[in-house]
Design a protein around this ligand. Sequence first.
Ligand code: TA6
Length: 290
Amino acid sequence: MNKSIKIIDEVDGLQFIEIDNSLAVARVALQGGHVDWWRPKSAKQDVLWRSSNARYEKGRSIRGGVPICWPWFGKHPTDGSFCAHGFARVIPWKLLESVQLKNGATKIVLTMIPTEAVTKQLTYSFELILTIIVGESLYLNLETTNLSDSPFVISEGYHTYFYISDIKNIKVTGLENSTYTDKIDNFGSGIEKKSITFNNEFDRVYTNSNDCYIEDEKFNRVITIKKSNSNSTVVWTPWEEKALAMGDMGEKDEWRRMVCVETANLLENSVVIYPKMSHSIATEYSVQEL
Ligand code: TA6
């Protein structure tokens, strides 16, 4: 086993992979293939946000880090009894491989283990492989392969929670001139004219394949979100009332210190995967000084 990684059993029987190399520390829950922690050693502040009362329980998603939404994003298109954002984030994955890279980063490769209950929710068979590279940047690549004889459609996304100085201090750029669908405005659409600032609940899906940036003057930094094979970006903050109602968004004001900027493919950007073909969506997070 690679020396920079350690498998640990923690609360409620959840297993984690801990990674500690010369460049960064990270933790990945095998439930959900969920990076619940990553911090480059050079960073002055945390980069990912994780709720102080995140639930570490079998079958529940962890509030923070990088939840994987697959094979549908948001509500199931036809059956509301299926779990929101798909089942990939709440079922077991297993480690296939870990490699120490020459630049000091650590690469791990995971595959999802479909349970009997979730297999019943699908009409097709598939393979899902998640590659994570932990270093000065955090890289994720999710590859879906169609093992059936007919095409199928998925929506997907990295529902990533970023740590920020305060929701009122930041702006999200890279989405100017993109078309959006606004969940708060009854799925109305529009075109984003400027960089995004926040003074209320915000939940929009953008049709966009550009890289995005979270500019945070108080932290004197920008978080760069590189995207590959992703034609949607979701931007979300629950604001106070919804955050307090959710029960796992941390103490009173903790929600102010996070924003979700999600590399995704959904709505009209959902992906058709043909038999024996694969599709990959990738994202990479890094931090620069402003
Ligand atoms: O990505 C934004 C969103 O779909 C919001 O509408 C919001 O409800 C959020 O995700 C959180 O979803 P979750 O199922 O993790 O509580």
